[in-house]
Write a protein that binds this ligand. Structure first.
Ligand code: F6R
Length: 235
């Protein structure tokens, strides 16, 4: 695991942009993408740049169960607003939150990932160490799954909704096994609220109590953090 520490979110996001640009220049065609606050600066930088994704496909990590793609709090809507409307891709894939047949949706999304092997997967991390919506206790062998969101995740994400009661309690998420099949993984973490999870991911034991620790089992992981998120690392 390569850990790079930057003074500011801006500088860290610029470095993340450079990783994307280099991957694209080296022939990467499929990009795994994340939502949430963490990648917003990176997506702003992409939008303002000349990066060209018109020959690329994107595959997002997750989507809230029960929300249609045009719901303002859906991750489909978030991606359109922050990136896709301004930077067109050849294809954009997200789980379909409105598909109530979970076995069918899991199969559909696993097939999309199998047909489009991910070259570079972007990740954020939850304060509880989740990646995607793979919450503590998750099975590292899972591929796409319908997950119950942890209470702390609902609490953390209620800022995007009117109240915690409006946050869906379930989501479709790419599983740890699918994430680990990506050729390169780029994880971003900013702010002191992520410091403990970052320490566990980098220095702690590999345990499903801290799903991001599974990344220690992958040989091509770049972790880009700001000083606050790095503050508990021992070196
Ligand atoms: C989002 C995702 C989540 C977030 C994580 C951090 O697609 O998969 O794992 O990356 O919850 O969220 P933020 O960036 O809002 O702190």
């Amino acid at each position: 695991m390569q850990v790079l520490v930057f003074d500011t979110v801006k500088e860290a996001s610029q470095k993340a942009y450079d990783v994307f640009k280099e991957a694209l220049n080296n022939g990467s065609k499929v990009f795994g993408l994340a939502t949430g606050s963490t990648p917003e600066t990176l997506y702003d930088i992409m939008v303002q740049s000349d990066i060209d994704f018109t020959q690329s496909a994107s595959i997002n990590l997750d989507e809230y169960y029960g929300l249609a793609g045009d719901h303002p709090q859906s991750y489909n809507y978030f991606m359109n607003e922050h990136l896709f409307n301004k930077k067109p891709f050849r294809a954009n894939y997200l789980p379909d939150g409105k598909n109530t047949d979970s076995a069918n949706e899991v199969e559909r999304y696993n097939q999309i990932i199998a047909d489009n092997p991910i070259d570079l997967q972007l990740l954020g991390i939850g304060g509880n160490g989740h990646i995607g919506f793979n919450e503590p206790g998750t099975d590292f062998n899972e591929r796409t799954q319908l997950v119950d969101l942890a209470p702390e995740t609902i609490e953390a994400n209620k800022r995007f909704f009117e109240s915690a009661n409006d946050v869906p309690s379930k989501a479709y998420s790419m599983g740890i096994a699918s994430i680990l099949e990506s050729k390169t993984i780029l994880l971003l973490a900013f702010g002191e609220g992520k410091a403990e999870a970052v320490k566990g991911m980098v220095e702690g034991p590999v345990t499903n109590d801290l799903p991001a620790s599974a990344l220690q089992n992958h040989d091509n992981v770049i972790v880009i953090v700001d000083k606050a998120a790095a503050s508990l690392l021992s070196k």
